[in-house]
Write a protein of this length. Structure first.
Length: 319
């Protein structure tokens, strides 16, 4: 039995590096290397936890195809619980092509596949209710599960005494109304909402982290953490206490793919150990710092003990 269950999207990622522009129709561009790996928020977070030595379960939906078998085998490889994995007939496993730019930022081409059909009735509630933390991640690209279905699951989890968390995918061309439809039903049943700064801006229409966090709490969420890339994470708890948690200095950013998901893994690991929200966010920052120094979503992740040693030795980034 695991204390942490991650519910949400999975996919297979083909990561092309380095791609700084796209060819016109009929054109050609060369790039340096292609890495095939698992992806999707729930899988990234689960594998990161597995590599850290923290037990967890993954509840994701795969197609009845070779890519689905690849996802399950990778979860197994890192000792992630797969009892809750759903195998769907007649639909393909989700797939993403990620283009990595020279500075480490990336753009994506994605086909939803099975992610778009994940629904409340697919979820093994026994796995959720026996956990201590239920993390729904990938909101905005789960066509059926977003909004009402996610809120239903989070409410069930809270009723069972499970702490609930939610993260989103930044879909830059989604309407404000779609953001509201998907997020607002979940906020009253969330212990922690952990969007990125662009996502929080889309949802709230506000600019400062403090204003955005207060807005989200007014809609019902207890604690808000806004991930702010190289600047760290902004935290606002139920009492209204605010803290800006700085990031760590790294020598070189290689690839930011999976940075938010591995941050979530570190944050969950910290909560599981009983850390306060700012301290857990600091562990999230340290975990993400390992991620961005290697290609792929979890390649750079090491054991929890080694991440803690990194925290002791590595200076914080100047704000």
């Amino acid at each position: 039995m695991s204390d942490i269950v991650n519910v949400g999207i999975c996919c297979v990622d083909a990561i092309g590096q380095t791609i700084d522009d796209y060819p016109p129709p009929g054109g050609l561009r060369l790039f340096d290397q292609l890495t095939l790996t698992t992806g999707g928020n729930a899988v990234n977070c689960s594998i990161a936890l597995g590599k850290m030595g923290v037990d967890c379960d993954a509840i994701v939906k795969v197609g009845d195809d070779n890519l689905g078998e690849f996802v399950v085998s990778e979860l197994n490889k890192y000792n992630v619980g797969i009892e809750g994995v759903i195998h769907a007939k007649g639909i393909h496993t989700p797939f993403t092509f990620a283009c990595v730019f020279s500075g480490g930022q990336r753009s994506f081409f994605h086909t939803q596949g099975a992610n778009g059909t994940l629904c409340y009735d697919d979820i093994n509630l026994n796995i959720v209710k026996r956990a201590k933390f239920c993390f729904v991640t990938g909101t905005m690209v789960m066509k059926t599960f977003d909004g009402r279905h996610s809120a239903h699951l989070l409410a069930d989890a809270q009723e069972a005494g499970v702490k609930t968390l939610l993260d989103t995918v930044y879909v830059d061309n989604a309407s404000v109304q779609l953001w509201h439809d998907n997020i607002y039903p979940c906020l009253p049943v969330l212990d922690y909402f952990i969007p990125s700064q662009p996502e929080a801006k889309k949802i709230t229409g506000l600019q400062t982290p403090s204003d955005m966090a207060r807005f989200l709490q007014d809609k019902g969420c207890k604690n808000v953490i806004i991930k702010m890339d190289e600047h760290g994470a902004f935290c606002r708890d139920t009492s209204g206490h605010e803290a800006m948690v700085p990031s760590y200095q790294v020598d070189k950013v290689v690839d930011t793919t999976g940075a938010g998901d591995t941050w979530s893994a570190g944050f969950l690991a910290g909560l599981r150990e009983g850390l306060g929200m700012p301290e857990a966010a600091m562990l999230g920052n340290a975990t993400a710092a390992h991620c961005i120094q290697a290609p792929g979503a979890s390649t750079g992740i090491v054991s929890l003990d080694r991440i803690k040693e990194f925290q002791k030795k590595t200076p914080l980034r100047r704000q």
